[in-house]
Design a protein around this ligand. Structure first.
Ligand SMILES: Cc1cc2nc3c(=O)[nH]c(=O)nc-3n(C[C@H](O)[C@H](O)[C@H](O)COP(=O)(O)OP(=O)(O)OC[C@H]3O[C@@H](n4cnc5c(N)ncnc54)[C@H](O)[C@@H]3O)c2cc1C
Ligand code: FES
Ligand code: FES
Length: 1421
């Protein structure tokens, strides 16, 4: 009997729904229909993990409750019939946070907090699982430290850089040394006596939410739900048996002729978003599709078995292929997707849609077969044939049979099965750019007679997938060639040649990768597979190491490489010297008296140095990630300079922190979605919204015609006096994604659906072709004209001086980057009486939004209230585009006189918001033979996109950044190009990272030209105090005794053990052909300056305090620092050096509100905290002056100490003013200063795939006197990892029509824990006092991003080593090459900013395997 009501439990509460739209996602249901806002809408496509919830369901057979995490954005609400859902709110025990919540808060593992609810559920669910079963030798009930690193493998965090989240996870591990964990609020430092586990609240599984018993009645009951308008109904049905399924299918598809889709996990909806079938038939409960049976010959896997279940089963199965299959499957998607996604669903996606599947490839490699069932019969066929054909409409994939490949007992044949995948993240959630699975039956004994000794191939299967063509394939010709042969260098060389041809005939270029890259990596896989079976030579030795016959590999992989599972045969990793050797036993440099060894005489007596974490003994993945944080703590201005916990961190973890999209909506709120251009440059000939307005829930379509009479089409206002940037296109569109209007509807989903139905006609013949590149813009002189042309130019020295050598007109390219704040752009506009409006905006600049709204609506600013409580990350991206979103929303609200909310979906956000300016530098440099640069002449083109957005600022930032070396004399010009791409905006270190990259590239170029060590060239060009004055001016350079860069350099060189490690790297490279290492040290100089900041402090009668500031909280810890500053400022009532008379708990920092505190300006540049803290302390000073007579009066009457509350009470009775507002005393050019720091990074590059693993990074950052070192450590690490993303994982690509190809989590890859340094050491420096800044603090939010350039430099060194091998091979195989040619080839090469896998592989050589085998063949013959 089918049920018509959907029943489930949400956080223990029964939910019963009738008439629910079957395609409503669980996430949208929870967020839109309940008060539970923990699960966040970060991407809506399974790629970020911010929506993760725990699903529990009862299995009546085993009488067990099964539990796993899912992406609620991918699960239709109907699919959870009979299940219990737990969100982060549900983890709480009444009002008590869960242990996971407190650990995340205590380890400083939240910044903006948008990812945190998803993280909390993922960690809690993993702990729960471990409490039932612990694998790999962990203590029963507790995971091992390495296991905990996988807890968050499906969750993105854009703020923290992951290290603190990993530490929070590890704090639950059985085998962790508690003092090895990172900075936290539970104990004071690693060597504190009380750094024990008892400080941590334990995880208690027994307190976890239990499965509601009432749900057991619904287990397995089929559901039949239909809803929607007549003729457009949507139906959900579930089948319990195969006959029932065919009956439903017959009824819905054959008889009613409705489009029907079978559904198991529905995870394919993350990729194929547009397909919304009329009928979904849930087949996940059919027993035949859930079978998992192993016989002697095969494993039979039901098609609806989830990938996670299959992995568990394979782990417990025996045979040569199963463990490898399990290992590979662990890298498919994320744990949350694998928990729901089925094996069969994956194969059908591959068969029907050509999905770039791993599952299909590895099952093909393993020789699998499939069973198809129809109402009449069932058939068994090879997977290969199944994939290549079309299953009949009426049949279903029932099961998959994987042969065991068990050999007979006496056989000397051995079965080898290996799988490979190339992807930017080794733990998954990144589809592979190529994958493969090879199975060989080899006769490995030495035969008698005339045959060669070695391994003879008896049977071979070579499967490749994700080649850019629709289906995985077998390399039949290569298989044929190799079968029957004994594997030798010559045989392998010929096999490689054949395989190249085979892959080349099928592989294709696609959005992200070229066919030639795929071909080269595929050949590398074959080489890797057979390498261990070649006994005549050691195929890991580079040509320069000798003929390689002295050492022989023993086969079998010993080390899983970071990017994919390519293998490094023994010796390479194991024999690397340990990384220690620094000044202390664990590599950190500490000083007996606790002061920092920068001899600036400023480290105050009250300071102590605290240290957390430890260094790894070896840079080996198996040891897990290690981090070490060292920082000064001062008591002088208590509680300022203390590493206190972040305000609201627990609220963020429990999901109670309210973001704009979480605000409970006023009655009648409508939802808006942009209607955007699909052309890059075209006239708009017609816009027809009739169909869209007829679609369900549609209310109105707002365009330029709806702008109020006094308003303007204005989004971002140009504060330099130019015209504002428009929000809506008027007569023509200027880029793909250009908004034409907003569609407004009753729900978010309806708004998005209706927006897609607006019909727009264009004429793209009259305006000429769009300008899509810097080169096209330059050729057409399409430059943005700034009123301040000088902002983009610079000169130092009267003439460009000559040097011994000159490099002329060289070019290098720095790519773009998308901010990827986890909370997309959002605003809620609520119209009010008398033409007033309140807008809740996720913006970095509420005042700027207010100004834009004033112009756009044509109303005075006092009618406009903009409220910003917190942002889910911003990174510069919510400085200007947030204004456009707020304006569009407000126009709709004004016209319709109803509240309107607009939250961009991830794809629209990426398409619209533009990101960082990609740029190209041209340079001519003169230098002497020691590397000293005498002059530099640079011109830079920046791609500014369509509107003017931040064009003036970019030149300034780029120029400032390029001053980081002493060029002696310098001429520079920047031009910002106008193109038909979305206008680029601010992004953390805007223009600065490009400038730094160009500067470092020039240094590297000079070093290569001269054949010098780049470190030497850096050192001769580092700034002295004198040269810094010349380049930055005397104010920024400060007094000589405060100029720390040279000391920072020397100190890091010593503490990181740089010189010793450099030698180790060289030795490693001499012995290893296919893995190369590189190490680089780099300095940072980053000029900053203060802008005016405001603060207001109000004391209430009970002694509680509210602080308002202009600064917004977006995760950078501003509110936390401001709270500390206010506590310090008010405690000064008792004089200096008095410990916290006004505790932090008395002080609340409240949301920004432009009507309450105007002129708040914008929060950007990583400098707002210092200024705001000073403004707040100044306001406190006024209050202290008011309160001091009261204190004295009270003290005079008693010998007891007088409390804060008593003083306030008395002051209130006297009607004294208890509120004060103030600002900084100094700002503008007189507050210029230089932030400095240095980085050492060591990397390992997989020469066969181009994958990069960061082995170790040591950062030394001069934070001045840090207001909160824990917050600043978080900023340093988070910014650095974002910089890693810029160089190593993130790449923006457009097609030839200006369409963004990398518009979501499928194609755009911010870093995950896979990409961070395995050993990550960060030290903050307590440098000299500066009277111009609040307690001498320096901004830490942006500069550390530039330090990631050290990773790029190190990769370049590794590539150099690889290229030297390739050239050696060329020399050895081609006698004609001269020494000069060799030198030229191994010296300079142009390396653009993108060091993602494909460019790295290309620089290492696409043909190095072929060349190597060619050389060996000749050598041997
Ligand atoms: C974020 C993300 C990352 C991913 N990364 C990877 C990756 O790296 N490598 C990889 O290989 N895969 C990857 N995947 C794909 C993932 O493995 C599949 O989405 C999943 O296995 C599909 O299973 P499902 O049960 O959810 O299928 P559904 O979405 O329920 O169904 C998919 C299709 O199969 C049909 N179907 C399902 N079962 C049957 C059946 N028994 N008979 C006939 N038709 C059927 C459905 O009608 C539908 O057309 C990723 C997916 C996501 C969301
Ligand atoms: S919102 Fe579900 S994974 Fe991103
Ligand atoms: S704290 Fe993780 S995304 Fe902001």
């Amino acid at each position: 009997m089918e049920e018509s009501n959907l029943v489930f439990a949400l956080n223990g509460q029964r939910v019963e729904l009738k008439d629910v739209d079957p395609q409503t996602s669980l996430l949208n249901y929870i967020r839109d229909e309940t008060d539970c806002k923990g699960p966040k809408r970060g991407c809506g496509e399974g790629g970020c993990g911010s929506c993760v919830v725990l699903l529990s369901k009862y299995d009546p057979g085993s009488k067990q409750v099964e539990e796993f995490t899912i992406n609620s954005c991918l699960a239709p609400v109907c699919s959870i019939h009979g299940c219990a859902i737990t969100t982060t709110e549900g983890l709480k025990q009444e009002t008590e946070p869960h242990a996971v919540h407190t650990r995340l808060a205590g380890f400083h593992a939240t910044q903006c907090g948008f990812c945190t609810p998803g993280m909390a559920v993922s960690i809690a669910a993993s702990l729960r699982k471990c409490s039932r079963k612990t694998q790999h030798g962990g203590t029963i009930g507790q995971p091992t430290s390495v296991e905990t690193e996988n807890f968050i493998s499906g969750n993105l965090c854009r703020c923290t850089g992951y290290r603190p989240i990993l530490d929070a996870c590890k704090s639950f591990a059985a085998d962790v040394d508690i003092e090895d964990l990172g900075v936290n609020t539970f104990w004071k430092s690693s060597d504190e006596a009380h750094s024990e586990k008892s400080a941590l609240r334990p995880y208690q599984p027994e307190t976890d939410p239990q499965f509601p018993t009432f749900l057991k009645d619904y287990t397995g009951k089929p559901l039949h739900v239909t809803s929607g308008q007549l003729g457009d109904e949507k139906t959900w049905r579930s089948a319990s048996t195969l006959p029932e399924l065919f009956e439903i299918y017959q009824n819905e598809s054959i008889e009613k002729k409705r489009d029907v889709q079978f559904v198991v996990g529905y995870t394919s909806s993350g990729f194929y978003k547009d397909f919304k079938p009329s009928v979904c038939i849930d087949i996940s409960r059919i027993p035949e599709l859930q079978c998992l049976v192993q016989t002697d010959s095969a494993l039979e896997v039901g098609a609806a078995v989830s990938l996670s279940k299959l992995i568990e089963f394979l782990d417990d199965s025996r045979g040569p292929v199963f463990p490898q299959l399990a290992d590979h499957l662990r890298m498919v998607a994320s744990q949350h997707v694998r928990n729901r996604g089925s094996v069969g669903g994956n194969l059908i996606m591959t068969q029907k849609h050509g999905f770039a599947s791993d599952v299909a490839t590895i099952l093909l490699g393993a020789g699998s077969r499939v069973t198809l069932a129809s109402a009449e019969d069932s058939t068994v066929t090879d997977l290969e044939d199944f994939l290549a054909g079309q299953s009949p409409q009426t049949s279903i994939l029932q099961s998959i049979h994987i042969p065991t490949w068990a050999k007979s007992e006496n056989s000397s044949d051995r079965v080898f099965f290996r799988t490979y995948r190339s992807s930017p993240r080794s733990s998954g959630n990144a589809v592979s750019s190529i994958n493969a699975a090879f199975l060989a039956v080899l006769q490995t004994s030495t035969p008698s007679g005339h045959e060669e000794p070695g391994s003879k191939v008896l049977h071979l299967r070579l499967a490749f997938g994700a080649l850019g063509c629709p289906l995985p394939l077998r390399a039949g010709k290569t298989e044929k060639y190799l079968t029957g042969k004994v594997v030798s260098v010559g045989v392998l060389r010929e096999a490689v040649r054949i395989l190249r041809e085979e892959i080349a005939s099928s592989a294709r270029d696609d959005k992200l990768h070229t066919a030639e890259y795929r071909e080269s990596v595929g050949v590398g896989y074959l080489f890797q597979f057979f390498k261990p079976f070649i006994t005549e030579v050691n195929l890991d030795n580079p040509p320069s190491y000798g003929s390689g016959v002295d050492a022989v590999s023993d086969g079998g992989p010993t080390h899983t490489f970071g990017n994919g599972n390519s293998t490094v045969v023994n010796g390479s990793v194991e024999k690397v010297p340990t990384r220690d050797g620094g000044p202390t036993e664990n590599g950190a440099h500490r000083f007996a008296n606790g002061n920092i060894a920068v001899e600036n005489g400023s480290a105050d007596k009250e300071s102590e140095v605290r240290s957390f974490g430890r260094s790894a003994h070896k840079l080996d993945r198996r040891e897990g990630f290690m981090g070490k944080q060292t920082f000064p703590v001062s008591n002088k201005f208590y509680p300022v300079a203390q590493p206190t916990g972040k305000i609201g961190a627990v609220l963020q973890a429990t999901g109670e922190a309210v973001f704009v999209d979480d605000i409970p909506l006023p009655k009648g709120t409508l939802h808006a979605a942009f209607v955007s251009s699909r052309k890059a440059l075209a006239k708009i000939t017609s816009v027809n919204a009739a169909k869209a307005l007829a679609s369900p829930g549609a209310a109105s379509f707002i365009t330029v015609k709806d702008i109020p009479p006094n308003g303007q089409n204005a989004g971002k206002i140009d504060y330099f006096g130019g015209p504002p940037d428009k929000v809506f296109a008027e007569d023509f569109v200027g880029f793909v994604g250009h908004p034409l209007g907003v569609m407004v509807a009753d729900t978010y989903e309806h708004a998005v659906q209706a927006a897609a139905k607006v019909e727009v006609e264009y004429d793209d013949t009259t305006l000429g072709p769009p300008i899509l590149s810097l080169e096209e813009a330059a050729a057409k002189s399409s430059f943005k004209i700034s009123k301040f042309a000088f902002l983009g130019s610079a000169s130092v020295g009267d003439v460009l001086e000559k040097g011994d050598y000159r490099i002329e007109n060289a070019e290098v390219y720095a790519g773009g980057q998308y901010q990827f704040y986890m909370e997309p752009q959002t605003a809620l506009a609520v119209p009010d009486e008398d033409s007033c409006i309140t807008v809740y905006s996720a913006t970095q600049g509420p005042e700027f939004v207010q100004t834009s709204l004033g112009v756009a609506l044509g109303i005075p600013l006092h009618n406009i209230r903009v409220i910003t409580r917190r942002l889910g990350g911003a990174f510069g991206g919510k400085t200007t585009k947030s204004q456009q979103v707020a304006v569009a929303c407000a126009w709709a609200a004004f016209k319709l006189k109803r509240p309107v909310r607009m939250t961009l979906d991830r794809n629209t956000d990426m398409e619209y918001c533009g990101g960082r300016h990609e740029s190209k530098a041209k340079y001519t440099v003169e230098f002497n033979k020691d590397g000293k640069i005498m002059s530099l002449d640079t011109s830079v083109l920046m791609n500014g996109g369509f509107e003017n957005n931040v064009m003036d600022e970019m030149g300034i930032f780029l120029v400032q950044s390029m001053k980081c070396y002493n060029w002696n004399s310098w001429r520079h010009v920047t031009k910002v190009c106008r193109t038909n791409l979305p206008d680029r905006g601010m992004m953390r270190a805007p223009g600065e990272i490009q400038g730094k990259f160009f500067a470092e590239s020039i240094i590297e170029h000079v070093a290569s030209f001269l054949g010098l060590d780049p470190t030497k060239v850096r050192e001769v060009n580092l700034h002295t105090h004198e040269s810094a004055k010349k380049f930055y001016g005397p104010v920024a350079a400060g007094p000589g005794e405060h100029f720390t860069p040279p000391k920072v350099w020397e100190r890091l060189k010593g503490s990181s053990n740089f010189e010793v490690r450099k030698v180790s790297v060289q030795e490693f490279n001499q012995k290893n052909m296919w893995v190369k290492r590189g190490i680089s040290i780099m300095s940072l100089l980053y000029p900053n300056m203060q802008y005016r900041r405001l603060g207001r402090v109000t004391v209430y009668g009970d002694g509680s305090v509210v602080v308002e500031s202009g600064g917004t909280e977006m995760g950078q810890g501003l509110f936390t620092k401001v709270q500390q500053a206010a506590a310090y400022g008010l405690s000064r009532l008792w004089g200096e050096n008095v410990d916290g008379q006004v505790p932090l708990s008395k002080i609340r920092i409240v949301q920004n509100d432009t009507i309450s505190l105007g002129h708040g300006s914008i929060t950007a540049g990583g400098i707002t905290s210092e200024g705001t803290c000073e403004a707040v302390v100044n306001a406190c000073n006024t209050l202290v002056d008011t309160l001091r007579p009261v204190l004295l009066e009270l003290q005079s009457g008693t010998a007891e100490s007088v409390s804060w509350e008593a003083v306030v009470k008395k002051a209130k009775m006297k009607s004294l003013p208890l509120s004060a507002q103030d600002q900084q005393r100094k700002f503008g050019s007189e507050t210029q200063y230089i932030v400095c720091g240095a980085a050492v990074s060591e990397v390992e590059v997989d020469i066969l795939t181009g994958g990069v693993r960061i082995l170790q990074t040591d950062l030394l950052f001069d934070a001045g006197k840090s207001i909160n070192p824990a917050v600043d450590i978080g900023q340093v690490e988070g910014a650095f990892v974002q910089g890693i993303g810029y160089y190593v994982t993130e790449e923006i690509k457009w097609d030839e029509n200006g369409v963004l190809l990398t518009n979501g989590t499928w194609t755009y890859k911010p870093p995950t824990p896979d990409n961070i340094p395995h050993q990550f050491n960060v030290e903050l420096l307590n440098s000299a006092g500066d009277p111009n800044r609040f307690l001498s603090a320096k901004g830490a939010g942006e500069p550390p991003l530039l330090l990631a350039t050290s990773v790029h430099n190190a990769i370049r060194q590794a590539i150099k080593a690889a290229r030297a091998d390739v050239h050696q091979l060329q020399l050895l195989t081609n006698d004609g090459d001269s020494k000069e040619e060799k030198d030229r080839a191994t010296s300079h090469f142009v390396m653009h900013s993108s060091a993602t896998m494909e460019p790295v592989k290309k620089l290492c050589g696409l043909y190095n395997v072929d060349q190597y085998l060619e050389w060996l063949s000749r050598n041997k013959s």
